[in-house]
Design a protein around this ligand. Sequence first.
Ligand SMILES: *[C@@H]1O[C@H](CO)[C@@H](O)[C@H](O)[C@H]1NC(C)=O
Ligand SMILES: *[C@@H]1O[C@H](CO)[C@@H](O)[C@H](O)[C@H]1NC(C)=O
Ligand SMILES: *[C@@H]1O[C@H](CO)[C@@H](O)[C@H](O)[C@H]1NC(C)=O
Ligand SMILES: *[C@@H]1O[C@H](CO)[C@@H](O)[C@H](O)[C@H]1NC(C)=O
Ligand SMILES: *[C@@H]1O[C@H](CO)[C@@H](O)[C@H](O)[C@H]1NC(C)=O
Ligand SMILES: [Zn+2]
Length: 505
Amino acid sequence: MRLASSIVVLSVLSSAASAAPNPGSILFRGGTVVAFNQQTQGLQIIRGGSVLVTGDRIASVSTSTPTKIPPGTEVVDITGKIITPGFIDTHRHGWQTVFKTMASNTTLIEFFNRYSSYVAPFFWNATDVYDSQLAGLYEALNAGVTSSIDHATHTWSKDASEAGLQACIDSGARVFWGFTFANITGLITVEQLYPIFRDMAKNPGLKNSPTTLGIAYDGWGPNPNVAEIDQIMGLARELNVSVITTHSLQGPWGFNNSPEDIHALNYLNISIPIVFSHTSFLTPTGAELLRSTNQYISITPESEMHYGQTHPFSYGIQDQASLGVDTHITFSTDILTQARIWLQQTRYERYLDVLEQNKLPRSNPMSVEQAFLLATRHGGLALRRNDLGIIAEGAKADLIVWDATSPALLGWVDPVAAVILHASVGDIEAVLVDGKWAKRGGKLLAKGWPEARARFLKTAQRIQAIWRDMPLPEPPAEFNGSPVVDPVRVDALRGPGDGYGNVYI
Ligand SMILES: *[C@@H]1O[C@H](CO)[C@@H](O)[C@H](O)[C@H]1NC(C)=O
Ligand SMILES: *[C@@H]1O[C@H](CO)[C@@H](O)[C@H](O)[C@H]1NC(C)=O
Ligand SMILES: *[C@@H]1O[C@H](CO)[C@@H](O)[C@H](O)[C@H]1NC(C)=O
Ligand SMILES: *[C@@H]1O[C@H](CO)[C@@H](O)[C@H](O)[C@H]1NC(C)=O
Ligand SMILES: *[C@@H]1O[C@H](CO)[C@@H](O)[C@H](O)[C@H]1NC(C)=O
Ligand SMILES: [Zn+2]
């Protein structure tokens, strides 16, 4: 698809940048551009290239400095640096940021019973949601995550919903905010959430923000309430939501929400993108349904390892897959780490197939280019947005500039390998969302960041204190019909005991 709507016609513009800065126009000059080639649908590396941003879009990508640029264009020399699209995180729960490091050894069942939206609302108020969500988005922007699908489970009241949405808008990030329809025992029902969702659509801030309204729903199956689903899908169409997302596990976890479940209700083959998080036990039928309806999954490599959701079938569906972070309070927040973990885990698994036959691998099963595309372009595809996750004419100006002379990167020749295998968040010098600077010179630019940080710290301290004193829940004997048992613990210490150690909260 060509995106011609807002491309500036360069020839009518003046040939030199005037002194007066034009905040709507930025020329990045002289860097290595990791661009997208629409013909090959793959990456194209342009060395000594230029990227011209006008307004919220990329106006041109070229091999040399354009001779004609809009008057007042800010010229940024990125010689020796690498410019890439921003990362896209297709599964996140941003509101939880204040729990950071509190749950480093938690299990998924403990997480539900201790840190989830089934517990938090009895201790949190709307200000807490706002502070925590905003800090989480700044953390993501700092890490070059310019777009995210937020499975926003903090919709337990009108105030809390409003606060979380407002934080998305105020952050400047491109958030596909998935308002969650769930019953929270003792607090609110799906029925009571319909008018609240309608109210969210009226937020005037949505008009001039890259944030859009989506829906998160985990009641597709087994045993769906069809009337409830029809209501929610009616709202999805009426309010033109940008995405629908669901947690899909299956296998011993139960928690199906499978492609088959949604297809059986006739809601899979629709124009709205549906993103399935995890799909740990995706069936061959489910995989074929995803392909035939062009719906995507979100692989969250670190969370699927941390919690044991696992991903035994995800290697085979990478053509319909994107990457997500999930509960960033318990591990990395950045998609770069997810891409790297996923690349190496895929290699490990595919090598194991060979070694288990007592043979040796002759080739390498996954490339850095594939990991890079999963972290960028595929997030856009999951959202049915051809203008996200790529550097190409007409695409949204969501960009990262990497300091390619850092100790980590010095000596690189392949910019994709440099980013995927050697870089860290610390090498991210600048981030733009929608053509606006979110980070520059290694510093977050958000106007209210110092105040937001101070507020967040106070909120975090108060909430962490409550959770510190809360007794750990006793694990249930079974969950969704499966027995709950202990895995074998690792022993990293010589001598008696298993040396499990402590958590230091
Ligand atoms: C939430 O609680 C904090 C701490 O008690 C307080 O400062 C803040 O005003 C409260 N916010 C709301 C909306 O009640
Ligand atoms: C919400 O509660 C209603 C009434 O008990 C139930 O029918 C429905 O399935 C529940 N929805 C979800 C998403 O759990
Ligand atoms: C619905 O939203 C999409 C983007 O998600 C937009 O392209 C389209 O124009 C919208 N349609 C209406 C009727 O607002
Ligand atoms: C989805 O719809 C397209 C046409 O719009 C059709 O080609 C495809 O077979 C459908 N897939 C399923 C699973 O119904
Ligand atoms: C986490 O570690 C703490 C301290 O060692 C322990 O008490 C707790 O049971 C552990 N939690 C889980 C879920 O294993
Ligand atoms: Zn999740």
